[in-house]
Design a protein around this ligand. Structure first.
Ligand SMILES: Cc1cc2nc3c(=O)[nH]c(=O)nc-3n(C[C@H](O)[C@H](O)[C@H](O)COP(=O)(O)OP(=O)(O)OC[C@H]3O[C@@H](n4cnc5c(N)ncnc54)[C@H](O)[C@@H]3O)c2cc1C
Ligand SMILES: NC(=O)c1ccc[n+]([C@@H]2O[C@H](COP(=O)([O-])OP(=O)(O)OC[C@H]3O[C@@H](n4cnc5c(N)ncnc54)[C@H](O)[C@@H]3O)[C@@H](O)[C@H]2O)c1
Length: 479
């Protein structure tokens, strides 16, 4: 079979794959990208964009209702059809023409179909018509195939055709009753969105609400979900599921209670898209998360790169951080590392080096778009303690800051700064409150830059903004 040669072949055209290919071409090499569904990946069509579009209108409405004067100008509830239309447009109506034309402009060759590694540096692409194309990579193959929703082994669950995050993100109607298994990020965001859109929501949060975040985050989100009418069942676990012929879903809990719903969303984490990517051909296990070093080279069981280091994996598929912005950060590192190695240039793979994804370890920012928003970077107090750091935790009521009070009547929120006492730098920062998302980057810079607290006193927050929380936290810490 004839094979086409590129410097680099990227499997998966999600946000991460696209950015890797772009970096490769910017670096003067040629790149092919393989995609089996839509160019743009999960984030564009079934994850970040559509879910945030489903949430945004409710957030705007709540914001207006918190400010007298604006409140009186708002009558009625959300216009569900308008929300769904706006969501459709943010999902580009599930068409990838825009992203395909971007690939063309960027000089990246697109191959549509399932990509499978057949041997070292060789990828076969099988299109929908069954035709196969062979690609060979001169320098590297990158797996950027992302992840899919994990559906746990609960009796009857799969047969009940549950929603995963995909069906929730792309919903064309709002179910009367929505049950959710899970208490993590997807469950909390979708409970917020669908209760705002008029569904009666029950959340089965076996392990609590946002258990990986600072405890006050989960408490505030739980409280506001309950205020909005969501039944938050902490500790509840589904034992079996059955869907009637009339479509009603019955969820039996481990304590014997049964809950009825019109739809059931399963949101208990992700599974890597590595089932059918040819891992068996190179001695790796299909279906497993890929393990990588800091320049994103896939390593085998003994911890050394596969072969001569021709295989890389970035984004969700390596499980380091399941977030778009962090995957794109990896993409910049891996793309530049491949170019440097191809050109025989030095690879800066030390901590914070140009080609190392160092921030993945302890400096990851995330915004959870619940009510209230949860914006965090770095380690929680518990994670810092578990890592053996000697820390001091400083807390501040965010509602007591002048800028917050002005922002919204009855502003409720909380901020926490985790200080590494040995280095006098911030290693973790969490904000919970309305409209805190845009405040996060200051904290990310403080954590990544390891800005000494002494110097932070000279970073004066403007008055009267919510950012004044920085000063309050420093004052509590003491000079
Ligand atoms: C509901 C939800 C909401 C989210 N919201 C946010 C958010 O607000 N902010 C945020 O930062 N992150 C968010 N995330 C996480 C984010 O979606 C992922 O981290 C991101 O999509 C990962 O990008 P990726 O390129 O690694 O993988 P993906 O986006 O999954 O893309 C991988 C691509 O590879 C393709 N592919 C897979 N296997 C093959 C193959 N063998 N051959 C060819 N193509 C293949 C797939 O079709 C897909 O297009 C959310 C996730 C979910 C589920
Ligand atoms: N705004 C954002 O940044 C955003 C939004 C959505 C998703 N995401 C990303 O997508 C990924 C997937 O989100 P997710 O919510 O599916 O995963 P998650 O890991 O955030 O939460 C899954 C939750 O399900 C619980 N769980 C696991 N198995 C269970 C079971 N059998 N029954 C009941 N509960 C169970 C876990 O304890 C956990 O709390 C996350 O890593 C997240 O970072 C990010």
């Amino acid at each position: 079979m004839e094979t086409t040669m590129y410097d680099v072949v990227v499997i998966g055209a999600g946000p991460v794959g696209e950015n890797i290919a772009d970096r490769i071409v910017q670096g003067g090499l040629s790149a092919a990208i393989v995609e089996r569904e839509l160019v743009g990946g999960e984030c564009s069509y079934w994850a970040c964009m559509p879910t945030k579009a489903l949430l945004r209108s409710g957030t705007a409405l709540r914001a207006a209702r918190r400010v007298p004067g604006a409140r009186e100008a708002v009558t009625g509830d959300l216009d569900v059809a308008a929300v769904l239309r706006r969501r459709d447009s943010f999902a580009s109506n599930w068409k990838d023409d825009g992203q395909v034309s971007w690939l063309g402009q960027a000089g990246i060759s697109l191959y549509r179909g399932q990509g499978r590694i057949s041997s070292a540096r060789a990828v076969e692409v099988t299109g929908e018509d069954g035709a196969t194309v062979s690609l060979t990579a001169r320098h590297a193959v990158v797996i950027a195939t992302g992840s899919g929703a994990l559906v746990p082994d609960i009796a009857g669950l799969r047969e009940s055709a549950p929603w995963t995050s995909r069906e929730a993100a792309a919903a064309t109607a709002v179910p009367g009753r929505l049950a959710i298994i899970g208490g993590g990020v997807v469950a909390s965001e979708m409970a917020t969105a669908f209760t705002g859109l008029g569904a009666s929501v029950t959340m089965l949060a076996r392990d609590g609400v946002l258990p990986m975040a600072e405890p006050f985050a989960g408490e505030l989100v739980t409280g506001s979900l309950q205020d909005a009418g969501v039944s938050v069942r902490l500790g509840a676990e589904a034992a079996s599921v059955k869907r009637d012929e009339d479509g009603t879903v019955h969820i039996t809990l481990t304590d014997g209670e049964t809950i009825e719903a019109d739809e059931l969303l399963v949101a208990v984490g992700r599974t890597p898209n590595t089932q059918n990517v040819g891992l068996d051909a190179i001695g790796l296990t299909p279906g497993a998360w890929l393990v990588v070093d800091d320049t994103l080279r896939v390593v085998g069981e003994e911890g050394t790169p596969i072969g001569d280091g021709w295989l890389y994996a970035a984004g969700d598929v390596n499980r380091r951080v399941l977030l778009t912005h962090q995957g794109k950060y990896q993409a910049r590192a891996v793309g530049d590392a491949i170019v440097a190695r191809a050109k025989g240039e030095a690879v800066e793979d030390g901590r914070w080096g140009r080609h190392a994804a160092t921030a993945d370890e302890r400096a990851v920012p995330q915004v959870i778009f619940t009510e209230p928003e949860i914006a965090s970077v770095g380690l929680t107090a518990a994670a810092a303690a578990a890592a053996g750091l000697r820390t001091r935790v400083v807390d501040q009521d965010l509602g007591a800051v002048a800028g917050s009070a002005l922002h919204a009547d009855g502003y409720r929120g909380h901020a926490r700064m985790v200080v590494d006492e040995d280095r006098k730098v911030i290693v973790g920062f969490t904000l919970a409150g309305p409209d805190v998302a845009e405040l996060l980057h200051a904290a990310t810079i403080a954590v990544v830059g390891e800005v000494p607290l002494d110097r932070l006193w000279h970073a004066v927050p403007a008055y009267p903004t919510i950012s004044e929380v920085w000063l309050r936290l420093l004052e509590t810490y003491g000079r």
